[in-house]
Design a protein around this ligand. Structure first.
Ligand SMILES: CC(C)(COP(=O)(O)OP(=O)(O)OC[C@H]1O[C@@H](n2cnc3c(N)ncnc32)[C@H](O)[C@@H]1OP(=O)(O)O)[C@@H](O)C(=O)NCCC(=O)NCCS
Length: 144
């Protein structure tokens, strides 16, 4: 198992894994191959894409970024995926701890994310010490 930064040639495979996993419940997101690749290419421009590789195969990835908040620099998890047949074997945990170490090396000591309330990942994040931010909710408006 190896963790490395993404190369341009990885983006297609990353986008396919992204589309596969977020097409499932509870997410049920309706990505197409084109829109998923577009999204991942956008991340490649402005975020860190960490690839989890096993025997030359991409089995997961974490996309993270940093931003300056009122109380200092923050790390943010944009996307976090291990492909289904490799889940539950500790790969996600290793990837997350690698990203957190990367942040700590940059003296960044806070990290945040958003999570689907019905997902297994939501429970996992709580187990990993992430706390629900009680003052904020996610909002959305359809523009007509
Ligand atoms: C979330 C995800 C990346 C985790 O990767 P993984 O390789 O399966 O995770 P791991 O095997 O390292 O397990 C991580 C931890 O979650 C725990 N876990 C798994 N399912 C759980 C559940 N239903 N309730 C509580 N904890 C759970 C595991 O026991 C493990 O705990 P530990 O850290 O104490 O050992 C992966 O499952 C995934 O891609 N899911 C689909 C996409 C997704 O939901 N991404 C997150 C979007 S915010």
């Amino acid at each position: 198992m190896k963790i490395r930064k993404a190369k341009k040639t990885d983006l297609k495979k990353v986008s396919e894994t992204f589309l596969d996993e977020f097409g499932k419940k509870p997410y049920s997101e309706k990505w197409t191959r084109k829109s998923a690749l577009g999204r991942i290419k956008q991340y490649f421009q402005n975020s860190l894409i960490l690839i989890l590789e096993e025997q030359g195969e991409i089995i997961g990835f974490l996309i993270g970024s940093t931003y300056l908040g009122w109380n200092g620099w923050m790390g943010f998890i944009n996307e976090f995926v291990v492909s289904e047949r490799h889940q539950g074997k500790g790969h996600g945990k290793k990837l997350m701890s690698y990203f957190q170490k990367t942040l700590k090396k940059k003296k960044i000591t806070q990290i945040s994310l958003t999570s689907h309330i019905d997902s297994q990942a939501f429970k996992m994040y709580q187990k990993w010490g992430f706390k629900i931010d009680k003052e904020s909710v996610s909002m959305h408006k359809k523009l007509r």
